[in-house]
Design a protein around this ligand. Structure first.
Ligand code: L34
Length: 295
């Protein structure tokens, strides 16, 4: 059987066109134009690129966007002041503080300072807890992007063995919860694996659906993959490549070329989960502007 490439880039484009239509309608009714603010600290090149994609996507959808850029030297109190201002700014529907932050700033303190109503990343404990309980919440962007891929490609999830690799707060942990919940996509039997998992290869070999979020290029090799598995590759690793114009290439956590023939479906890197992360953030921002989760 031919492997189906899960085209996150094309899907994100479709979703953005839908969002744009909705914004046109809102404008026609003199409603609130969704307004996202992104706070970018420091000069991490990957973070810059991701935030640039977010701002550009806002423009494509007719959203308002504000970018606040600060140097690595910013102090934690200064950053907390910015967050407090954003919490109070009536025009801003939602905002994010791009991670990672410099080592002298405590990410947990920053996350806790964001008003859950404006936490369109879904990282605040209130949103994470509501998600875990199945209450209305902003779902974290990468996991929600993955659910959208599964949904829009009509991939069966009920009763499937799903193995999540990596237990980060922003991908592995929420993915474990979301795919285990009742409904579609969901009803999976989920195994959450990590650096201390014994016999990780055997665990992954049992998977009907693999969610790879490890952060190591080519970690998942073809000997770890069952025939017909659905593979979602969350990794975006920069690998040096002198032949590439930027001096590097993006590589997933999956050894794509060698795994391809075994997979029934697979997301490429780039052009898979990344663009869907951005689209999901916009979906949350629209919800925020319509007070859909909180009022
Ligand atoms: N606060 N921090 C906060 N929220 C987030 O949702 C993120 N994340 C992750 C890192 N830190 C964050 C992102 O924005 C990862 N992430 C993200 C966003 C966009 C893309 C990848 C990761 C993306 O657009 N990827 C493109 C290629 C981009 C490139 O050329 O570098 C892709 O096709 O995969």
């Amino acid at each position: 059987m031919e492997t189906i490439i899960l085209d996150g880039k094309a899907l994100a484009k479709t979703i953005k066109a839908e969002l744009r239509e909705e914004v046109e309608r809102i404008k026609g009714n003199a409603g609130k134009i969704p307004h996202l603010c992104a706070v970018l600290v420091g000069d991490n090149p990957a973070s810059r690129s991701y935030v640039r994609n977010k701002v550009r996507s806002c423009e494509e959808c007719g959203f308002k966007s504000t970018l606040i850029e600060k140097s690595t030297q910013i102090t934690q109190p200064q950053l907390l002041k910015i967050i407090d201002d954003l919490n109070r700014d009536e025009d801003i529907d939602g905002f994010i503080v791009q991670l990672p932050l410099p080592a002298h700033i405590d990410e947990e303190t920053i996350t806790l300072a964001i008003d859950p109503k404006k936490d369109v990343d879904g990282f605040h404990p209130v949103n994470f807890g509501r998600m875990a309980l199945g209450l209305p919440a902003y779902l974290p962007a990468t996991p929600n992007g993955i659910l959208e891929i599964l949904k829009r490609y009509n991939i069966e999830t009920s009763g499937k063995n799903c193995v999540v690799i990596g237990r980060s707060n922003i991908v592995g942990k929420p993915m474990n919860i979301l795919l285990g919940r009742k409904g579609y996509p969901g009803n999976c039997t989920v195994t959450l694996t990590h650096s201390r998992t014994q016999n990780i290869k055997e665990e992954i070999l049992r998977a009907d659906i693999i969610i790879a979020a490890i952060g190591r290029a080519n970690f998942i090799t073809s000997d770890m993959v069952k025939d017909g598995a659905v593979i979602i590759d969350v990794g975006i690793n920069r690998v040096d490549d002198v032949t590439a114009s930027r001096g590097y290439r993006l590589k997933g956590d999956v050894d794509y070329d060698n795994v391809l023939a075994k997979a029934s479906h697979i997301t490429p890197v780039p052009g898979g989960v990344g663009p869907m992360t951005v689209a999901s953030l916009l979906i949350n921002t629209l919800k925020a502007s319509k007070n859909e989760i909180y009022d």
